[in-house]
Design a protein around this ligand. Structure first.
Ligand code: HOZ
Length: 419
């Protein structure tokens, strides 16, 4: 493959943006080399500015579950744009999208739209603190909940990719109110004095240290120990919401969040986030309550239109079954080709280059990241784009076909030769 134009753009971008990018993991530092610049995307494919074509398993980090440039989303956005791109007043599409969300998530009685997953989790934490009148929160090692200060503690994702456990610039006083526990460690849950905790926040399908499936026992115990303490359970479904099932992890595992955070798929590729839950909690938000939260572009008409089009299409009968079948076919075959520890929940998947079972952040970190880098580049050279870090995950879309999976497996057979 030739990358001349991407290389030239990279030199220019590096002068303009820290590390050449507007989000760290895109810089390819976790795998070496320099990133390609995308010119266009359609279905499950990306084309870079040099004309190279890739089967895409990143899907803009999750939102593109229908594939890129889906005609219904493109039309919905075009029609919405014709009527204005932002009003700063309530608009009817906020109600339509909210209804689709609440229908799929019975635990969400009321919600608020924001502009990113980070905003959703940051606001949900503030709300939990305001509602409970407690300061301390619990999070789990390696779970990433966006980059709000109190959540950048042992936060996986970019931090794991660059081996920076915690961010500079977060005062120790903030981090002191964040307790961290180990995923899948039931005994650890029982050691916490929950009566002094505002909330526990967790990715019920952790996908920011690679993909680590949680046991149902662990999730149910977490729900149980929190239940009578007055603390809240915040389920961060920004990544897994509407992906692992119509009702997300809550439907898949039969657990209920007091608050839920969403993003990615509900914006169909436009910037969006949401947090919601029981009405008595949500009504503590301004203007009905004392917890302040606001946003100029919140409920943006283009994002709402893209989200409605995405969910209406996704909810059509058979789509979740199709996603499951495509993902299972790919991952079952990959397991036979690529030595390592493979994980999958629904249409999220990951290959760890380690011999030990990966059950938490510590075991995820046993992965050979150099080997992952060689695998990543060999796949790319063979036309398959995986997330450029061992500590991210793959996303299947409804636009992938059996032929795309065959092509991916052929690429994997070539790639293992480079290991
Ligand atoms: N939040 C993503 C990592 N889990 C990275 C998003 C991006 O770089 O676009």
């Amino acid at each position: 493959m030739k990358h001349e134009y991407s290389t030239k753009l990279w030199q220019e971008a590096s002068k303009l943006f820290p590390g050449g990018v507007n989000s760290p993991v895109r810089a390819f530092r976790g795998v070496g080399g320099t990133p390609f610049f995308t010119a266009r995307a359609h279905g499950c494919r990306l084309w870079d500015v040099d004309g190279n074509e890739y089967i895409d398993y990143v899907g803009s980090w999750g939102p593109m579950i229908l594939g890129h440039a889906h005609p219904k989303i493109v039309r919905a956005v075009q029609e919405a744009a014709r009527n204005g791109t932002s009003f700063g007043t309530p608009n009817p599409n906020e109600i339509r999208l909210a209804r689709l969300v609440c229908e799929a998530y019975p635990s969400i009685q009321k919600l608020r739209f924001v502009n990113s997953g980070t905003e959703a989790t940051m606001s949900a934490i503030r709300l939990a603190r305001g509602f409970t009148k407690r300061n301390k929160i619990v999070k789990f090692d390696g779970c990433y909940h966006g980059h709000a200060d109190s959540l950048l503690v042992k936060a996986g994702s970019g931090g794991a990719t660059f081996d920076v456990p915690d961010s500079a610039g977060v005062p120790a006083d903030f981090a002191r109110n964040t307790l961290t526990l180990t995923l899948n460690d039931i005994a650890g849950l029982k050691r916490v004095n929950w009566s002094e905790i505002a909330c526990a926040i967790i990715e019920p399908v952790p996908g920011n240290m690679g993909l680590i499936p949680l046991t149902i026992e662990f999730l149910q115990t977490l729900r149980q120990v929190i239940h009578d303490s007055g603390a809240l359970l915040v389920l961060d479904e920004v990544m897994c919401g509407f992906r692992v099932a119509k009702g997300g992890a809550q439907e898949l595992y039969g657990i209920t969040g007091d608050l839920t955070t969403l993003g990615k798929i509900i914006g169909g590729g436009l910037p969006v986030g949401a947090f919601g839950g029981r009405a008595e909690i949500m009504d503590c938000l301004a203007p009905t309550g004392a917890v302040y939260q606001a946003g100029t572009l919140s409920g943006n008409p283009l994002a709402m239109a893209a989200g409605i089009a995405t969910l209406e299409e996704l909810f059509k009968p058979g789509n979740y079954e199709k996603l499951e079948q495509l993902s299972a076919t790919l991952c079952d075959e990959l397991k036979k080709i690529v030595p390592g520890y493979h994980t999958r929940v629904g249409s999220k998947f990951c290959t760890f280059f380690t011999d030990v079972p990966v059950v938490d952040y510590a075991t995820a970190k046993t992965s050979d990241t150099k080997k992952f880098g060689r695998y990543f580049h060999a796949m790319l050279e063979n036309g398959v784009y995986l997330a450029p870090s061992q500590f991210e995950v793959g996303f299947m879309s409804l636009a992938h076909t059996g032929a795309d999976i065959e092509a991916t497996l052929r690429a994997a057979r070539e790639a293992v030769k480079a290991l």
